[in-house]
Design a protein around this ligand. Sequence first.
Ligand code: DHB
Ligand code: FE
Length: 303
Amino acid sequence: MARIIAGVSSSHVPAIGAAIDNKRTEEPYWKRVFSGFEKSKAWMAKTKPDVVIGIYNDHASAFSVEMIPTFALGCAAEFPPADEGWGPRPVPVVKGHPELASHIATSVILDEFDLTICNKMEVDHGLTVPLNLLFGSPSTWPCPVIPLAVNVVQFPPPTAHRCYMLGKAIRRAVESYPEDLRVVMFGTGGMSHQISGPRAGLINSKFDKAFLDNMVKNPKKLTQISHLEFMREAGAEGIEMVMWLVMRGAMDEKVDEVYRFYTVPASNTAVGHIILENKKRAGTAKHKRAAALRTNRDVRRGK
Ligand code: DHB
Ligand code: FE
């Protein structure tokens, strides 16, 4: 049976990607950002997930503004980098996992979350920058990645609570997939930032740090943050943080915090990052119980 072993959140600032692509990571400004991900890369190299599910948002680069799905699941075999205005980033093509992705689509849609199924899709910095931050710059990404794009570019985005509940539905989907896969969920975007208008450059470290604390201790409190509060406290683009809650919803209620990092700024954005693991023992026991319950239910239903 597949299971979610860990969740990773990180900002996805496009300028971080540009710093990598233009070999500027050693400059003091960027070194401060990248040095915060050294431990994360070591953790990832040790964790070696079989699959990553990457929750990110498209920035009107692959989808344009003609069609804006609220939740779009990448079911294709591969996802080339999108042209974001200066050519596609020179990063490897993201290879998907069509079998697990179509299983997730089936399970989650029948669970009453209406995903858009994407059989052809390009991915922008929202996904590829966090991949760089966690995997470095290999010639191919070390594992398949299933992208799940969330609309945070045009009002109304999904609520924080809806995102958290989607995470739970994804977990149910993963745990009903028969192959033994170790899955890591990424939640990308944030933290506080606003890139245009009179409040451009807004950063609210107090809000961000409380958000990081509650990602560990009290995610339910975060599900109550309204769109207006995100906008007021974390700037117009702070709403990207709802994507962290998809990841958090897929995790156990109680998690181990493996690592966190926060620095200000990268471009216009506060960079926040956290790695959470499901508790190994409790997770395993809970897992077995859930699997037994499912088996009993299926037997009762004659499946
Ligand atoms: C910036 C950050 C983002 O998350 C984004 O999508 C675009 C720009 C920035 O800080 O410049
Ligand atoms: Fe963004």
